[in-house]
Design a protein around this ligand. Structure first.
Ligand SMILES: [Fe+2]
Length: 594
């Protein structure tokens, strides 16, 4: 038996995953345990959890893989450093980070002092890890693979071919040119300073028009070989040290845009300043520019391999709007994006890359993202009898009723699903906690908050009761896969496979008015397709809602309130108790607010 522990360390979204004989046993992001969004550093808690979940000790691990190779592109780095006036602080910080990764063996020994760690440590190139996380988990035997990112191991973009057991990189785009850096600079300029805020610009874009394309083309130049270059006058990452501070484990980025941005777009928006039409037009133009660059690259990679299959990874792989247009704008017909396309996914990717180097056995495709921890019904029962009972006793204002499958009112699962569906149709907002936690940034029906997509006030209700997020950001639907073609515009039959909510498609014009809560301002929806085989009770819930309403979908948003998605029943209950959520379903139990 061969155990490989893959980790993403000293990048944002630190994570760990355990692979046994090529099978992904589990995976976890550090942020879910330490409760710090995009938590970085050494993923100690995730590693410990992976071991506990598999019931083995770290002594049993044969290999530990890290999704970064400090030795990669050394000559290129050296040449760039000597030939450019790169800031010395930048070099010192890079060197420190490199040292941390190089000394990871010591870090393991320090954190597991009583263990006899025998594992061999293997460093896997950052982009090879991204590409492996997509290709090996895909259903394809042959596929073009593309990673689009900020930076990792001195490169921002990489592409190649996966075929059977092997994965080869054809080419890369190196530092300092990066679409990730371009999108981050625009995000910061538009007043969204937090690490990972790029999705807000993507959500804002449909409110604007691409009026700033001349300016965008001044920032990014497309080349005929599919590559692109940044106009470095407009960016700071080669000129000065851009601090990446780690505030109690959360990454804080310095500004990436230079003062030359002001000549193109005027002054930057302050964090809480009103969003104007101009800001929306800049967001629209940036998304447009990203798509132009992305499709230029993809069309080039298609010519190299001729395969109609495509696997996408890297931080920009989370741009679900662009992903949804791939089959229209390129010859690719079958597209796979794994649920943790960003750096967290490198934990699985590095481990799978190593596995396919040492074994002839190809791993199975990833059919669901449910790789995290779960609770048995007796644990839920105990939780209700202790923690929930205590809260009811101590807090007189907290009035709930508790039901369970098997009760007179809800004898079977079918009754629970009907009860919850009816609650949804009456405008209730429900926490839905089932099975293993999702891997990746999307809640996919195991740690979700659900509501009725037909309710035109639902966005406002959700924001008032729980989410308190920017009003321009859309909510997403979970849709029965077999019904999706009747509701969404899709170019190919294969487009109807979106299990990880990584693509946005236009909603059919005649259906838009029926589901206002999940229809974005441009008539699109970021859907999750749900199947009987992979989604179990969640599928059956939506099916019941469909039977009641003739609408085969529910609104699905992540189970959290300005924090990482809840992972434990304690966190789910805390979120339920402190917000105005109407009900909470944990496995077979329903907690109904009176
Ligand atoms: Fe990356």
């Amino acid at each position: 038996m061969t155990y490989i522990l893959g980790i993403n360390a000293y990048h944002a979204d630190a994570s760990a995953s355990l692979i046994r004989d090529g099978k992904v046993l589990n995976a976890c992001e550090e942020e879910r345990i330490r409760r710090i969004k995009h938590c970085t550093g050494f993923p100690l808690e995730s590693i410990k959890w992976c071991m506990r979940d598999a019931g083995i000790s770290i002594d049993k691990i044969n290999y530990i893989t890290i999704n970064s190779d400090p030795q990669k592109h050394l000559y290129r780095k050296l040449f760039y450093t000597l030939s450019s006036k790169i800031n010395s602080k930048f070099l010192i910080e890079k060197f420190k980070n490199k040292q941390k990764r190089s000394s990871i063996k010591n870090t393991f020994h320090k954190n597991f002092p009583d263990s006899q760690i025998k594992a061999k440590f293997v460093f896997i190139d950052h982009h090879l890890s991204h590409l492996a996380s997509a290709y090996y988990l895909s259903p394809f035997d042959k596929s073009t693979v593309v990673s689009v990112d900020g930076f990792g191991d001195f490169a921002s973009t990489a592409w190649g071919l996966g075929e059977g057991q092997s994965l080869k990189i054809n080419d890369k785009i190196f530092f300092p040119h990066s679409l990730g850096i371009f999108y981050t600079a625009i995000t910061q300029f538009l007043g969204f300073p937090n690490y990972g805020d790029e999705y807000k610009v993507m959500g804002l874009a449909p409110y604007g028009k691409p009026k700033y394309m001349n300016e965008m083309r001044e920032l990014v130049k497309l080349l005929s070989n599919g590559k692109f270059i940044l106009n470095l006058n407009y960016f700071l990452h080669t000129k000065e040290f851009i601090p990446i501070k780690w505030d109690k484990g959360a990454p804080i980025l310095g500004n990436h845009y230079s003062n030359h941005f002001f000549k193109l777009f005027g002054m930057p928006r302050k964090k809480n300043e009103q969003l104007t039409q101009k800001h929306k037009d800049i967001a629209s133009s940036a998304q447009f520019m990203y798509e132009e660059s992305f499709f230029n690259l993809l069309n080039h990679t298609y010519k190299l391999h001729g395969s109609e299959n495509l696997c996408i990874a890297g931080g920009c792989g989370a741009n679900s709007v662009a992903n949804g247009k791939i089959s229209q704008r390129t010859p690719f017909k079958n597209i796979f994006v794994q649920p943790a396309a960003g750096d967290a996914g490198g934990a699985i990717g590095s481990a799978l890359e190593l596995w396919h180097n040492i074994s002839k056995e190809r791993c199975s495709p990833l059919r669901s993202s449910y790789l995290g921890h779960s609770y048995k019904n007796n644990q839920v029962e105990e939780f209700i009898n202790t923690r929930v009972s205590k809260e009811l006793k101590n807090n007189k204002n907290f009035n709930i009723e508790i039901f369970s499958i098997g009760d007179k009112l809800i004898p079977t699962e079918k009754d629970l699903l009907f009860f919850i569906s009816e609650l949804l149709t009456k405008g209730n907002v429900i926490g839905w906690f089932q099975g293993r936690m999702e891997w990746g940034p999307r809640a996919l029906g195991h740690r979700s908050i659900i509501s009725d997509p037909r309710n035109s006030n639902m966005q406002e209700i959700l924001n008032k009761k729980i989410k308190k997020r920017e009003s321009f950001r859309p909510f997403a639907p979970s849709v029965l896969k077999e019904e999706v073609k009747d509701w969404f515009e899709m170019s190919y039959q294969s487009d109807n496979n979106v299990p990880f909510m990584m693509k946005v498609y236009p909603i059919k014009i005649d259906k838009r008015k029926l589901i206002p809560a999940v229809c974005h301002v441009d008539g699109t929806g970021r859907l999750q397709t749900v199947t009987k085989e992979e989604n179990g009770r969640y599928y059956r819930l939506i099916k019941t809602f469909f039977e009641l309403t003739k609408v085969p979908m529910i609104l699905n948003t992540s189970f959290n309130e300005n924090e990482p998605i809840v992972s434990t029943i304690d966190e789910a209950f805390d979120c339920f108790a402190r917000t105005k959520m109407d009900a909470l379903v944990i496995e077979d139990k329903i907690l109904l607010r009176k």
